[in-house]
Each structure stands twice: as C-alpha cells, then as structure tokens.
Design a protein around this ligand. Structure first.
Ligand code: SAM
Length: 311
C-alpha cells in the first residue's frame, strides 16, 4: 500500500504538468519531476488549476505576515513551491519538506541531477545532508525523510533541521492526510498544533464519500491499492474543521472547491483559463469540485493572523 500511496505523488505532478503545458499556470521546475508528460482531460486540468491557484493564493498571503517565516510541507512529494518562491525572491526564511524516504531520495537525486534545480538550491546556502538517504539541507531548505505517522520522529527531525516553533509557520498538507488512518492524522495535526503558537495549517483533501460520486472516488483509489483511509472520519466541511479544532488548533474554516472557484479565484484569471480548452462538462465539474475542500486552521498567539484566509 505504501508504494501505491507514494505513486499518488507522480500522478499529482503529471496532472500539474498537464496544466502547465496547456497554459493554466506557470511552473518551469515541474518538468524535471515528471518522467512522461501526459495530457489530462479539461475537467482534470480545471480541478488542478483551482487547487493550485487557491493554495498559491493562501501561501502568498501568508508570506506577507511579519517575522522569520517558515513553511512545513507534509507529504510534499515533488512539490516545487519552494523553488518557485526562491526564484520570485519571496521564499520564507526556511522551508521543511517531509515525505517517505523513498520519495525524498528520488527528489534529492532529481535536484542533484538538474542544473537549474541545483542552482536554486545552492543559492540558498551551502548544501549538507546525504542525498542517497533523502536528506538535503541548506540554510533555507530541508528535505526530510520520514513517516508522518511517527509524529515524535517527525517533530524531532523538524526541530533538528532548525524549525523555530515560536516563529510564524505555514503547515501545508496537500492531499496527504486522507491516506492515513484518522487517529494517525489527528495525532499529527495535534502534535503540530501544540508545537506551533503562530501558525496556519492548510489541508486540501476529499470530502463527501457517501453520495454516488464520492463512492466512485473511493472505489477508484481502492482499486489502485491506496484507499482513502481518512475519508469517512472527515466526510463533511464541519468534520474537517473539527479535526483541527479538536486537535490543538484554535479555529478552523473549511470551504469546498466549488465555492473556492466561484468566490475566491480572480475573475480575470477565470476568464483566461475558461478559454484555454473546449469545455462543456459543467454538471460534472461542479460535482467534482464539491468533493474537495480546503481547511484553514489557525493558532494565533499574537493576533498577526487575524485576517488570514481567502481574500
Ligand atoms: N503534496 C504533494 C502535492 O500535492 O503535489 C503530493 C501529494 S501526493 C497525492 C501524497 C504524498 O503524501 C505522497 O508523496 C506520499 O508519499 C505522501 N505521504 C502519504 N502518507 C505519508 C506518510 N505516512 N508519511 C510520509 N509521506 C506520506
């Protein structure tokens, strides 16, 4: 099962690259992490566009907060956010990415073999670690191998890599917690919630497993050997909020992706992407989008995250 769960990373990057190649959004680093580019259907491209735009918007807003900012990306896979932020000159003081050792080993090998990625990494300080073991460190970036179900080990690795628990921190969990048992994801959220006093936690994940579409979604992943273990424990927006507020986060708001697309994506951007491909599957589009959500959890010891959320 672990191998199948790791495989969801390749799948996500292929879909994101499909968006890049069709002009939905830009990411010139992603190409290095995809072995075989595949064109996805317009429906999939639009879904990934919404996911990408919404999360990037929330990341950019976080980066306006004062302080020595940090990002922790849980189950980061081959995510390229840090490379893009470095290139834009807006990277946080430190970014920590955690994934299974097999994934961080492959990521470290790709970074080492691609001059453009290596150049960005080198621009963030001298490199240490052991890329063969999936460890990479600079003054501003840490790639950490670990199993997120072992919360003590994850916390120890973050602290050893230089995490400052008192500094403003963005925790990213993009399509990750749902592959863990509910008790395991709750423990992880609780560990970080009690460690971080000024933090936002962004969780992107599936919801509504009980209707016809939700059942199909579950079945598709089960057939591929990676069941959505956490989905029945977080079937609704309220359940997503409660997972955070019951586990160390002082407040939380969950929004489904249909609402995000309607109300929180720049109208000019929507007009632009809606012209990219022929599209007539409107009913299915809304249905799919209602089955994903973004939950924002907040711990705000000093009040600097009072307005944090979607614009
Ligand atoms: N966050 C990335 C993105 O959205 O592009 C990758 C998402 S991919 C669907 C899920 C990732 O979570 C995979 O890279 C997988 O290896 C990682 N993952 C799932 N369970 C994990 C665990 N228990 N420990 C470490 N990583 C895990």
């Amino acid at each position: 099962m672990t191998e199948a769960v790791q495989g969801t990373n390749d799948d996500a990057q292929v879909s994101k690259l499909s968006c890049v190649q069709r002009g939905y959004f830009q990411d010139r680093f992603l190409q290095y992490f995809v072995r075989k580019a595949t064109r996805r259907a317009p429906l999939i491209n639009r879904g990934y566009f919404t996911r990408f735009s919404a999360l990037q918007q929330l990341i950019q807003r976080f980066l306006t907060v004062p302080g020595q900012l940090q990002i922790i990306s849980l189950g980061a896979g081959y995510d390229t956010t840090w490379f893009r932020l470095m290139e834009q000159g807006s990277a946080p003081a430190h970014c920590f990415e955690v994934d299974f050792p097999e994934v961080t080993q492959r990521k470290a090998a790709i970074i080492g073999a691609q001059p453009e990625l290596k150049r960005v990494l080198e621009s963030s300080g001298s490199i240490s670690g052991h890329s063969g073991k999936g460890h990479l460190h600079t003054a501003r970036y840490s790639l950490l191998p670990g199993d997120l179900r072992d919360v003590q080990q994850v916390q120890a690795a973050l602290l050893e890599a230089g995490l400052q628990p008192g500094q403003p921190t963005l925790v990213l969990a993009e399509c990750v917690l749902v592959y863990m048992q509910p008790a395991e994801s709750a423990a992880l959220v609780r560990q970080l919630g009690s460690l971080l006093t000024t933090a936002a936690c962004l969780v992107y994940e599936q919801i509504r497993p009980d209707d016809a579409f939700g059942k199909q979604m579950l079945l598709n992943l089960e057939r591929r050997g990676c069941p959505l273990l956490g989905l029945h424990a977080t079937p609704s927006l309220q359940a997503h909020e409660q997972r955070l507020t019951a586990n160390g986060w002082s407040r939380a708001t969950a929004t489904d992706l249909d609402t995000v697309y309607r109300h929180h994506i720049d109208p000019a951007e929507k007009r632009r992407i809606e012209r990219l491909e022929i599209f007539d599957e409107f009913e299915e589009w809304h249905l799919i989008q209602e089955h994903y959500c973004i939950t924002i959890g907040i711990n705000d010891a000093t009040g600097i995250l009072a307005d944090y959320g979607f614009a």
